[in-house]
Every structure is written in structure tokens, then in C-alpha cells.
Ligand binder design. Sequence first.
Ligand SMILES: C[S@@+](CC[C@H](N)C(=O)[O-])C[C@H]1O[C@@H](n2cnc3c(N)ncnc32)[C@H](O)[C@@H]1O
Length: 334
Amino acid sequence: MRSKQLNLTSYTTDKVTHHYLDVYDPILLPWVGKEIKLLEIGIYKGGSLQLWRDYFPLGIIIGIDLKRPERFEPGERIQVFEGSQSDERFLSEVAKKTAPDGFDIIIDDASHIGELTKRTFWHLFDHHLKPGGLYAIEDWGTGYCDDFPDGRRLNLKNPPMSRVRSLLSRRLRRILKVPFPCHSYGMVGFIKELVDEQGAASVTMRCPIEGRRGSKFKNMLITPGIVFVTRIAPTLTASPNPVPAGKGAGRTTISWNTADKTIGMFRGMQAENHLWPPDLKARLLRIGSVLVPAMSSASIIPTTQSFSTKLSLPKQRNDYCASHSLDRNFPPAN
Ligand SMILES: C[S@@+](CC[C@H](N)C(=O)[O-])C[C@H]1O[C@@H](n2cnc3c(N)ncnc32)[C@H](O)[C@@H]1O
């Protein structure tokens, strides 16, 4: 593990005393040795920036804090900016200057106040984190602390719904849906909102087709001290590919995910002579001409040698194009 190769006692950061590197190590492994851009919000004396600089030998490390640390010389591969995590314009200026193509990793170790952390998260996640990038939120457990500005001690005894329920007849009690008791103060409440985003596909399942979407998250990992969210990357796959051999009877399914809450555009660049099953024709024509849900799939029966598809997102938001060719696997000549 990367942190074991460093002399951790030489860095002034509570990431060492909290043993956070044991949590970070397996998660950060794919980025060690790559030319990454890492942003940390909340840098205190700057010790964590030096740690990340040495952790990622080819990384550019950017730090933000309300107050620039005194007597801190950023030196090689570190840049520091003074401003608030809640100032979206400031965040975008820093991002444009230092990582116009987006950050690979963002770590929020600043205020630990739910509302501020939420605003920072959605701004940076939506606009300045690369597809496939990682967003870490430290110290979310402050939401359980009475002495934290927006935190509160966990107390799930007698939530209002269970009191109401106890007054009902047995028959009504059986049909009344009662939620689990839930603590949602400060950072804990914010993290629970992120769980709803992870469930976006289920949340929007019964919406009209234009409203259905998958999550912006590939996954979420909740550890005792840090929550990690990985941004989903757009995908376009076809299965099976090559299309099975046969007399125009091969069928393949194209699946896509625009990885965005907005609707993406799917273009089927059709060679001639595609055989559309009648029930799919209308659906595919719609797909070919206008908008499709952010996550979907369609089947086609190509009769020509290849069929290429292209997935594109609106230009202004991390423009992304994926293309995929379907190869027709013709029967052998003999
Ligand atoms: C826990 S310390 C950061 C520790 C540092 N990341 C480390 O590992 O050594 C929290 C820092 O967040 C900064 N901070 C608090 N509120 C902030 C805000 N609204 N915007 C930016 N930074 C903030 C504080 O000034 C403080 O330096």
C-alpha cells in the first residue's frame, strides 16, 4: 500500500492520526503513478497537501481554504487558493485555472457542515469532476454530535410516525407504511440524501420515459470516517458483438448510459438495409431523431456488415462521445 512507502510522521495532518490512510490506500490505488489532478478543500497547515504530493508522484495537488496557511511554502506541484467552499464562482475559477478537464479526485475536509458540504459537492461533482472520478467526504460523523453547529445526538426513540401508528386499529396498522426511524441532521442528513441519488433508477422507475434516469454515481462507499462517491462514466455497449451469423437473423442489444441527469442523445448511424422488428421501429426512430432517457437499451437486427452508434452529451457539460461498432459475423464462405 502506497502510504506504507512514506514516512507518515513527517506530515502534519490528522489523516495520519485518524488512520485514514488505511482507508484511502486500497481506494486510491488506481490513481497512484498517474498524472492526476487532486483538489482538497480545507487544508489547515498544508500538511495533507504535502502528503498527497508525495503519495501521487506525478500528481498536481490543489488546495483551497478560507485562510491560506501561514509559513507554508507550496513548492513543486502544489497550488493553494484562498476562498470559501460555499462560493461556487470561486470554485469554478480555481477549477478552470488548474483543471479545465476536471479533477480526478476531490476531497472535502473543510467545514463539515451539511449544507455547505452539500452545495460544494453538487457544484464540483456536476461541473468539475471527471467521469469515473472520485469524491471523498471526510468526517461525516459530525452530524451525530450535539456540540457541532448542525449535528445532533442520535435519538431514534419514539419518532412521531410510530406514535401515530400505535393509536391505529390493528387492521390499519397492517396497511400503513411506516418508515424506519431516521436521523438526518447535518452531514448525516446530507449523506442520506446521496443514498437517494444512488437509487435514482428506482426512484424514477415509474416516471414517464423522459424522466427516467440512472444514478450519477457508479457507487458509494461509506466508511466510519469517510464517504466515497465515484462518478459514473458514460458507457455504450453492444451485446453480443459480433452479431451472430445467420440469414439476417442476428440480433444485438445496444445499451447506453449517458451518465448524466439530463437527457443524452443517441444516434444510430444506420447503414442501409437494417431490419427493424416492427415493434422496435417506432422506438428506434424516436431514438434516432431526438431524445432518449439517460439509461436505456434497444435491440436491432442489422443486415449489413456494420452498424456504428454514437452517444453524445450536450457540449457544455463535459462533452463526451462514445462510439461503438457492431460487426456482422457472416457465415464462413463455404
Ligand atoms: C480539518 S481542517 C483540514 C485539515 C487538513 N485537510 C489536513 O488533513 O491536515 C479544516 C479546514 O477547513 C477550513 N474551512 C472551514 N470552513 C471552510 C469553508 N467554508 N471553506 C473553505 N475552508 C474551510 C478551515 O480553515 C480548516 O483549515
